[in-house]
Design a protein around this ligand. Structure first.
Ligand SMILES: CC(C)(COP(=O)(O)OP(=O)(O)OC[C@H]1O[C@@H](n2cnc3c(N)ncnc32)[C@H](O)[C@@H]1OP(=O)(O)O)[C@@H](O)C(=O)NCCC(=O)NCCS
Length: 399
């Protein structure tokens, strides 16, 4: 099996609770969300001297205002990291944090870094999707992309067109299951350990503490979902109920060379096996995870049958279902998003990749019989990204 040149491990991943746009973080700065996550990673891992962090990469899709100023450096300074620790920003839209992890991991693999901190943030309330966007007119005048490619909800409708067997009923049933699995995971205390409470301020209500995700709707029913409007197309199939929402939140992860984790005495939660990104037609961007997964599997010398745990970002139900349909996996397979996903907890764009990793780490911990898992997501302008991970708790015969 092809392996990176140096063992690369993720030793911890945390996030703020995710808010609803206009909700609990309405008066909170995006960079303050990142600072909280960095502080929490240091607090939880006291064996790590902060000066041993070689790099900080923070992803955001809209890199202006409180998400600008090369956020990796700015948030590092604000979090009290030593001035000797450098940092920078990353953008690959929804896969920002996932790309921060893969890019830093590559740096660890070649020996440029021993320890790195990856993070992602999106305050979609302060920075609405597409803010400041100025697409080159050639995109349309030269028909380089379909005009619908810039509207994510329309790309989801297009994906329904490509897969007529994925009906609105199936998308709604999947969305209901995401809500139910999230509620169950919360009830079983499986989500809370990786949430960092965030102080919030409201001019009207005063100070408060965000401790849980704001978006989940545990009372969701199929009837309720069936009655929702389809905002992206008349008589469409994509609704507010079977899409991720408009959210605010930040995530962060600590990455290390395996030998450094051993030296510091920090137990790894995920071991990197391979990763890949791939492009598809931008107007069906939700199909991106299929070719990126194919590439990542080929690099690892694995097949889809070797994967025992799946964390697929739920930008839209149809996009998860297209992936499952491609691989012949049932819509309700218990290996897929066992603790629910973005349809329930939300998808603050560039932060979500690390949420998937935190959830996969939990699945690995609970399932020592599983050796390999993936985190995968679709990406605007027609891409997919996949990371394959090995379970450090695996108690079986290694391939
Ligand atoms: C789909 C979308 C347009 C909906 O936005 P919105 O209309 O502001 O969403 P809301 O939360 O107000 O929900 C709309 C309605 O559906 C209802 N609703 C939402 N989820 C529901 C559920 N699970 N069950 C029942 N009703 C639900 C809301 O109560 C609301 O009802 P109301 O109009 O009577 O108040 C928006 O969430 C969106 O653009 N999502 C995609 C984000 C995206 O593209 N991300 C990038 C991916 S690549």
């Amino acid at each position: 099996m092809a392996r990176p040149p140096r063992d690369i491990v993720l030793v911890d991943a945390v996030r703020t609770p995710f808010g609803k746009s206009g909700g609990m973080y309405a008066e909170t700065r995006a960079d303050d969300l990142v600072v909280r996550v960095i502080r929490e990673l240091l607090r939880r891992n006291p064996q790590l001297p902060p000066e041993r962090i070689d790099e900080v990469a923070v992803a955001a899709t809209t890199q202006i205002g409180d998400q600008g100023l090369t956020l990796g450096r700015a948030a590092g300074l604000l979090a009290g990291l030593p001035q000797s620790v450098p940092g920078y920003s990353i953008d690959r839209m929804c896969a920002g944090a996932l790309t921060a992890v893969t890019t830093l991991s590559a740096g660890i693999g070649v020996g440029a870094y021993d320890v790195a901190l990856a993070a992602g943030v999106e305050h979609m309330g302060r920075h609405p999707m597409g803010e400041g966007m100025d697409p080159n007119p050639r995109f349309l005048s030269e028909r380089l992309i379909d005009p619908e490619a810039l509207f994510m909800g329309k790309t989801a409708e297009n994906l329904h067109d490509r897969f007529p067997s994925i009906t609105k009923d199936r998308a709604d049933a999947y969305a209901l299951s995401s809500q139910e699995r999230t509620a169950k995971a919360y009830a079983n205390g499986l989500i809370q350990p990786d949430l960092v409470p965030m102080a919030v301020r409201s001019a009207e209500l005063g100070w408060g503490l965000a401790t849980v995700d704001e978006a989940p709707r545990p009372g969701t029913s199929l009837e309720g979902l069936g009655s929702l409007k389809t905002p992206f197309r008349p008589q469409g199939r994509v609704t507010a109920g079977n899409s991720s929402g408009i959210n605010d939140g930040a995530t962060g992860a600590l990455l290390m060379a395996g030998e450094v984790a051993d030296e510091l005495g920090i137990a790894p939660k995920l071991r990197l096996v391979s990763y890949a990104f791939a492009g598809v037609e931008p107007e069906v961007m939700g199909f991106g995870p299929v070719p990126s997964t194919e590439k990542a599997l080929a690099k690892a010398g694995l097949t889809i049958n070797d994967i025992g745990a799946f964390e697929i970002n739920e930008a839209f139900a149809v996009q998860v279902l297209a992936f499952l349909e491609h691989y012949g996996i049932a819509d309700d397979d218990s290996r897929v998003n066992p603790f629910g996903g973005a349809i329930a907890v939300g998808h603050p764009l560039a932060s979500s990749g690390i949420r998937l990793m935190a959830y996969l780490a939990r699945a690995f911990e609970l399932n020592p019989q599983v050796q390999y898992g993936i985190t995968t997501m679709c990406i605007g302008l027609g891409m997919g990204g996949t990371v394959i991970w090995e379970n450090p708790n695996f108690e079986g015969v290694t391939r």
